[in-house]
Design a binder for this molecule. Structure first.
Ligand SMILES: Nc1nc2c(ncn2[C@@H]2O[C@H](COP(=O)(O)OP(=O)(O)OP(=O)(O)O)[C@@H](O)[C@H]2O)c(=O)[nH]1
Ligand SMILES: [Mg+2]
Length: 386
């Protein structure tokens, strides 16, 4: 044994090389090719849009209740043991649960069925209840049935029972009475509730960036927060709402949503229209983004307010600020005083591209947020927190 250990020791010394090894072998060309570091693929905005779903039609059916059982106690030397058929278990519910981790309705399937309750058994055994099926939906999901809103899941963890499971049947033990000492009656379980629901997602952000295509909304969100929506010099670059967070020193966070561009007639579903007007509806205050380099920029503002008002009365009168973007361009500096003359709202002129005067917007955003929190608290409601 000693000899063997010595031999191994010597052998170990022989193979020992005190040089740092490369991370992987490059001696074999084929191996080194296969071990190339994998890079995460960048998904384009167009591809992402396939995964973002803000509408779903779902059929939900509660679990069937388990049937009751019919049986009589049987024991040696006991002539009449009496009925001992147990009740069936209740069917499981289908429950919609708001989850902050879920960002779109793409993971929601078209059909959900609750688990069935188990049958009752002899010896007074009750059947087990069917388990509930939880469907995770994003925060801000609106549940509609026949066009009527039945639930609004605005808080993380909020639940809504979409379909109740059926009640379990009764075993013959249940029907025992003084008049009937040996009942043979037992009942089947009830079927679960069946409903067809329409789920609709509304982005719940504090501030919404509202503007015509190419106004610079996505560029502004990029400058304000760490969100990375696509930016390009063609209209309708943004196809889905993006939410970015602006963080303040007092640990308050303001969520800003970049909403796809609106055009004239959006309320009649022109452009990307109607689908995205509903995201604006949820925002507590609005940031109108106007391209100052275009002549008569106040017309953009009039169009935007008109579209919002047509979609929902009072939407254009929400607390707001007008952002005059692209102030770095020469035409913008000419148009800015003209815009200020034409409108009564506060105008913040800035450049999302160069970051000029961005601080004024960040400070004003906090003022709008603080006012919103105070108003909500005075009304006894809890403000939306991110
Ligand atoms: N010069 C200048 N160009 C800007 C500024 N902000 C945005 N742009 C440019 O304007 C073009 C449109 O910007 P986006 O941020 O994609 O505009 P958008 O409003 O999000 O457009 P949609 O998503 O199509 O609605 C891009 O080419 C930007 O580089 C700015 O402050 N100054
Ligand atoms: Mg955009």
């Amino acid at each position: 044994m000693e000899l063997l250990r010595c031999a191994l020791g010597i052998r170990g010394l022989l193979v020992w090389r005190p040089v740092s090894r490369p991370a992987f072998s490059t001696s074999c060309a084929a191996c080194s090719k296969n071990r190339r570091l994998r890079q995460k693929r960048v998904i384009s905005e167009k591809k992402l849009s396939r995964y973002f779903v803000d509408h779903r039609r779902v059929r939900v059916v509660g679990g069937q209740g388990g049937g009751g059982s019919q049986s009589f106690h049987s024991e040696p030397r006991k002539i009449f043991g009496g009925p001992d058929g147990g009740n069936g278990g209740d069917g499981g519910h289908v429950i919609l649960k708001a989850d902050q981790q879920v960002k779109s309705l793409s993971s929601v399937l078209p059909f959900y069925q609750g688990f069935h309750g188990e049958r009752g058994g002899s010896k007074n055994c009750y059947g087990a209840n069917g388990a509930c099926v939880y469907v995770k939906v994003p925060v801000g999901t609106l549940v509609k049935e026949d066009g009527v809103v039945v639930a609004d899941l605005t808080q993380h963890g909020e639940e809504y029972v979409a379909a109740y499971g059926g009640a379990g049947g009764k075993g013959n033990r249940f029907f025992l009475s003084n008049e009937k000492r040996a009942p043979t009656l037992f009942t089947p379980g009830e079927p679960g509730q069946e409903r067809i629901l329409h789920l609709e997602l509304k982005t719940t952000a504090h501030a919404g960036l509202v503007g015509l295509p190419n106004a610079g909304k996505s560029s502004l969100l990029r400058a304000l927060s760490n969100a990375k929506p696509a930016v390009a010099a063609y209209p309708f670059t943004t196809l889905n709402p993006h939410v970015g967070i602006v963080r303040y020193e007092d640990y308050e966070q303001v969520a800003v949503a970049d909403i796809p561009g609106l055009i004239r007639g959006a309320h009649q579903n022109r452009g990307l229209g109607l689908a995205f007007l509903r995201h604006i509806e949820r925002c507590c205050f609005l940031l109108y983004v106007v391209d100052l380099s275009v002549s008569q920029p106040w017309i953009q503002l009039q169009d935007l307010k008109y579209e919002l008002e047509q979609y929902k009365k009072g939407l254009s009168t929400r607390p707001c600020v007008v952002i005059g973007n692209k102030i770095d361009l020469a035409e913008s500096r000419i148009n800015l005083p003209l815009l200020k003359e034409q409108i009564s709202d506060r105008v913040i002129a800035l450049s999302a591209l160069t970051g000029d005067n961005l601080e004024e917007l960040i400070l004003h955003l906090k003022e709008l947020y603080d006012t919103y929190v105070k108003v909500e608290q005075s009304q006894g409601q809890s403000p939306v927190k991110w």
